[in-house]
Design a protein around this ligand. Structure first.
Ligand SMILES: Nc1nc2c(c(=O)[nH]1)N[C@H]1C(S)=C(S)[C@@H](COP(=O)(O)O)O[C@H]1N2
Ligand SMILES: [Mo]
Length: 598
């Protein structure tokens, strides 16, 4: 016992620390590898081979899967039939009267505030298109890291409603990383399999600018009165939209006058895009954050991370659909006039708009083509720039109280995915074979009392239990009950010194590129009510796959920070002294961020 132990204070019994060797934990540092500053596609993410997905499939009923590629021939047939029907309808005098009454564009529109295309609209439109390239491509990349979508938070294999990957194999230790797929380098951003760390910097970083662009757009929309262009103000919009549809389908197109007002169909499509899809993109994006879901558990109980992710994908699908249709009509309803409107702000048939369009297309294409090669050559730049833009927001959410995020027994998921690199060392095998009798958790660094605890001593410490939700960065989630020791108990035991600001958790297992897996957490998180070392899961000793004998839970952060198979904990001044210096194994090797509250 230490000299300062007070036998009457009711503190937990202090286990013997006689076997602590101060150098053991320090020696872990030399078992780390630093990670590269470029991406070598051949050795990326532990040399995962290229793996292609499959055509998108949607589940029908319990276990039948519909290949969405069938929508192409079906859609074509439907279009032909619709054209025939519309042509027939136009011969009817009642339909002709209807079209005369509702020509497509509402009469009332066309005030001075809404006529023409002022410069701010044209610039907003350009920035929006430019930013969307990176957002959509990196979004697809993020999807392909867990190419399945669910409506419940349980992510149970076979229960997904959408997948671009084969059914989950029966291997009980199949990991989410094995389940990821590659994308062509010019489709995904950056395209490589399991490049979610880099894709997320693009996605979240560019999102920040897209949001800013959107906020400016909304402000100017309402300040100038131009909102009337996008918001239907009379019920006439529906008959006008129907009329427009019949006119298009009958191949006798209406005479548009987009300079003054949009037709009914356009109005509805633009309204959905601006006032429904864009805000929903933000809300559903935030709905996937561990810290926010934990804080707003009541909302996230109904609107779970998987519902958010599925809706986020449907917003993505809407944007793709909108872009295709939008570009088709720009090209087919008077290209020069349309390009003059949105690029030159003039209402004539000159080639000026076309020229500006051509220049803007060059910028778009250069941006598109350069993004993947730049990311592969300068991933640290992407990581640092992303961290600079997104990091402060993530920092904000890291402070929320995670206590709210506790669930009940009935919420426990029937299946929790496995993930990560399993330990394969002789050291681990020997410990495992001996039922961890020789296991020691070593805690050292900037602490008053270094500790060295075996499983019996750990189990003798005050028991803590929580039922919480796991959020993997790749997109799957699940709820489990964790039993073990609160990190606060450990902190009370070892008494960190004031200089200790970060807590590093070292694993018995290597990461995919060799060198031990580790991760650093801010010391403030150690006093969160839901930060703990778990040795039990769902009332059983932690299994090999889920991190036996000991793993971390910190419920304000994503899954990769929940180090499994822990062998040591070091309290340090700053994580920059450890490994590659970026705050964890994935940060060093796969360009993740060290704070992951969203
Ligand atoms: N040592 C170690 N811990 C690790 C990993 C790993 O590769 N090595 N993977 C992490 C990732 S990405 C996730 S999502 C969770 C998965 O935990 P589970 O397999 O128990 O669901 O463990 C984390 N802890
Ligand atoms: Mo993960």
């Amino acid at each position: 016992m230490g000299n300062d132990a007070d036998p009457v204070s009711g503190d937990p019994p202090e286990p013997s620390r006689s076997s602590v060797s101060p150098d053991v934990v320090r020696s872990y540092r030399s078992q780390l590898t630093e990670g590269e500053d470029v991406v070598d596609p051949a050795t990326w993410a532990g040399s995962v081979p290229h793996a292609t997905g499959i055509a998108p499939r949607v589940r029908v009923g319990r276990s039948r899967w519909f290949n969405l590629m069938w929508l192409l021939p079906i859609g074509f047939l439907v279009l032909i039939v619709a054209i025939a029907v519309a042509k027939g309808l136009r011969d009817q005098s009642s339909v002709q009267q209807f079209i005369e009454r509702y020509p497509g564009t509402a009469e009332s529109s066309g005030s001075e505030a809404t006529t023409g295309f002022p410069a701010w609209v044209r610039w907003e439109h350009f920035f929006n298109a430019f930013l969307l390239i990176f957002i959509l491509r990196s979004g697809l990349q993020i999807l392909s890291d867990h190419p399945r979508l669910y409506w419940t938070r349980h992510s149970t294999p076979g229960r997904e409603w959408f997948r671009i990957q084969k059914p989950v194999p029966t291997d009980p230790l199949w990991t989410a990383k094995q389940d990821s797929i590659s994308l062509p380098g010019q489709v995904g951003l950056p395209g490589l399999r399991h490049s979610i760390g880099l894709a997320r910097w693009w996605h979240l970083g560019i999102d920040a600018f897209w949001l800013l662009n959107g906020v400016i757009f909304f402000v100017l929309l309402f300040a100038t009165g131009r909102w009337e262009r996008f918001v239907p103000t009379t019920w006439d919009v529906f008959p006008n939209a129907l009329s427009t549809l019949i006119q298009y389908l009958s191949l006798q197109w209406p005479t548009d006058n987009a300079w003054v007002a949009y037709n009914g169909l356009q109005l509805i499509a633009y309204f959905i895009t601006v006032f429904v899809a864009a805000p929903l993109a933000l809300i559903t994006g935030l709905g996937m954050s561990p810290a926010l879901s934990t804080r707003f558990k009541r909302i996230s109980t109904i609107f779970s991370i998987q519902t958010a992710r599925s809706l986020h994908f449907l917003v993505f699908a809407w944007f793709l659909f909108f872009i295709v249709i939008h570009v088709f009509f720009v090209f087919t309803t008077g290209l020069l006039v349309n390009l003059n409107h949105i690029h030159a702000g003039r209402d004539d048939e000159s080639w000026i708009g076309f020229a500006i369009f051509a220049v803007s297309m060059v910028v778009l294409v250069v941006g598109w083509v350069a993004a993947t090669p730049l990311t592969i050559r300068h991933p640290r730049v992407v990581q640092r720039a992303g961290q600079a833009v997104v990091g402060p927001i993530q920092h904000l959410f890291e402070h929320v109280d995670p206590k709210a995020g506790q669930y009940a027994e009935k919420d426990i998921s029937p299946y929790l995915w496995h993930n990560g690199q399993y330990p394969d060392s002789d050291e681990y095998q020997a410990l495992f074979d001996g039922h961890f009798a020789d296991y020691r958790l070593r805690i050292d660094g900037l602490v008053e009392h270094p500790a060295d605890l075996d499983m019996t001593e750990l189990r003798a410490l005050e028991h803590h239990e929580q039922i919480t939700q796991h959020f993997c960065i790749q997109g799957w989630s699940g709820i489990a009950k964790w039993g073990g020791v609160s990190m606060q108990t450990i902190v009370d035991l070892v008494k960190p010194r004031p200089e200790a600001r970060w807590v590093v958790f070292y694993s018995l297992g290597d990461g995919p590129d060799k060198g031990i897996y580790y991760d650093a957490h801010p010391i403030e998180h150690m006093s969160h009510h839901l930060t703990m070392l778990a040795y039990d899961m769902n009332d059983e000793p932690l299994s090999f796959g889920h991190g036996a004998p000991l793993r971390l839970r910190n419920e304000n952060e994503l899954g990769f920070k929940q180090v499994k198979w822990i062998k040591g904990i070091e309290f340090v001044a700053h994580y920059s002294e450890i490994g590659g210096g970026y705050g964890g194994y994935n940060q060093d090797h796969e360009f993740f961020g060290y704070r992951q509250s969203i």
